[in-house]
Design a protein around this ligand. Structure first.
Ligand code: SF4
Length: 248
C-alpha cells in the first residue's frame, strides 16, 4: 500500500486490515457482519489515543461546530447500513421522516453533478442538528477520521467557492487514514461491496429500501449507481476498493 504512509502508519494499516479481515472471515452468521464492523471502529479511538500528544493538542474541533459537515462525505456501503440501523433504532418516527426528506433533497441536488459541482453546493449533511452530529456513535469513517487544526479556517471555507481546505494535523491525519483504509481494504478483500458512495444519497436509499442490507450481505452492490460518489470531471473514474491480497 503506498498512500504516502510512514512506516508506523503502514504498520497500522496492516494491523487494522488483518484484524478486520480475520474477524469477517470467522463470522458465520450474516446478521453479525455489521456488528463486526461496528466494533472495529474502536480502532479509530485507539489510533487517536495513541497519536503523539502534540498532535492531539492541536485538534481544534469542538461540539457544536459542524463546519466540516458541509463537505462531500464519501463512504462504503457498510457505513451507510450502520448509520441507517442506528437511525431506525433510535430516531422517533417524525425524526426518521425528516431524515428521509432531507436525504432526498440532498440526493436530488447532487443528481447529475460532477464532484466539484457537488462540493461547491456546500450542502449540510442531513444528520447535522444544531451544529452537532445526530448519529455521533454511528457516524461514517471519514467523519471519525477528520480533525482540524483551525476551526476558523473550516468556518471561512463555507463561504468560499473552493472546496480546498488545509487543516490536517501531522501525526494524526495519517494514523486515522491508515485505520480507515485498512478497514475498507479488508472489507474488499472479504468480497463485500467496495464501491464509494455519496453518504446522504445512499442513506436515502437505505432508509427507503430494506433490500440494500440483504444485497450487501450477499456481497453484491448494495446501492444503485445513482448513489455513487462521482469522479472529478478530470479523472473520470469512480472510486472503488478492490481485493488485492494485502492481508493474510
Ligand atoms: S454523519 Fe455526522 S459527522 Fe458526518 S457529516 Fe453528517 S452530521 Fe457531520
Amino acid at each position: 500500500m503506498s498512500a504516502g504512509f510512514s512506516i508506523s502508519e503502514e504498520a497500522l494499516f496492516n494491523k487494522t486490515g488483518e484484524g478486520v479481515l480475520r474477524r469477517l472471515r470467522k463470522t458465520r452468521n450474516p446478521m453479525e457482519l455489521l456488528n463486526v464492523l461496528r466494533s472495529a471502529r474502536k480502532e479509530f479511538d485507539r489510533a487517536y489515543d495513541e497519536a503523539p500528544a502534540e498532535s492531539r493538542a492541536a485538534v481544534a474541533c469542538r461540539a457544536g461546530c459542524g463546519a466540516c459537515c458541509h463537505v462531500l462525505v464519501g463512504v462504503q456501503a457498510h457505513e451507510v447500513l450502520i448509520a441507517a440501523e442506528f437511525i431506525q433504532k433510535y430516531f422517533s418516527p417524525e425524526d426518521l421522516e425528516g431524515v428521509i426528506a432531507r436525504t432526498k433533497e440532498h440526493r436530488d441536488a447532487f443528481a447529475g453533478r460532477w464532484a466539484l459541482e457537488r462540493a461547491a453546493l456546500k450542502l449540510p449533511c442531513a444528520l447535522l442538528k444544531e451544529g452537532s452530529c445526530s448519529i455521533y456513535e454511528a457516524r461514517p469513517e471519514a467523519c471519525r477520521s477528520h480533525h482540524s487544526n483551525n476551526a476558523d479556517t473550516c468556518r471561512s471555507n463555507l463561504d468560499l467557492a473552493s472546496g480546498a481546505l488545509h487543516v490536517t494535523i501531522p501525526g494524526l491525519h495519517g494514523r486515522m487514514f491508515a485505520v480507515m483504509l485498512g478497514t475498507d481494504q479488508a472489507i474488499a478483500e472479504a468480497g463485500f461491496d467496495g464501491r464509494a458512495y455519496d453518504f446522504n444519497s445512499a442513506l436515502h436509499e437505505a432508509l427507503t429500501d430494506s433490500q440494500c442490507a440483504i444485497r450487501w450481505m450477499q456481497r453484491q452492490a448494495a446501492f444503485p449507481d445513482s448513489c455513487r460518489e462521482v469522479p472529478d470531471a478530470a479523472d473520470g473514474e469512480y472510486g472503488e476498493m478492490v481485493a488485492e491480497g494485502y492481508f493474510q
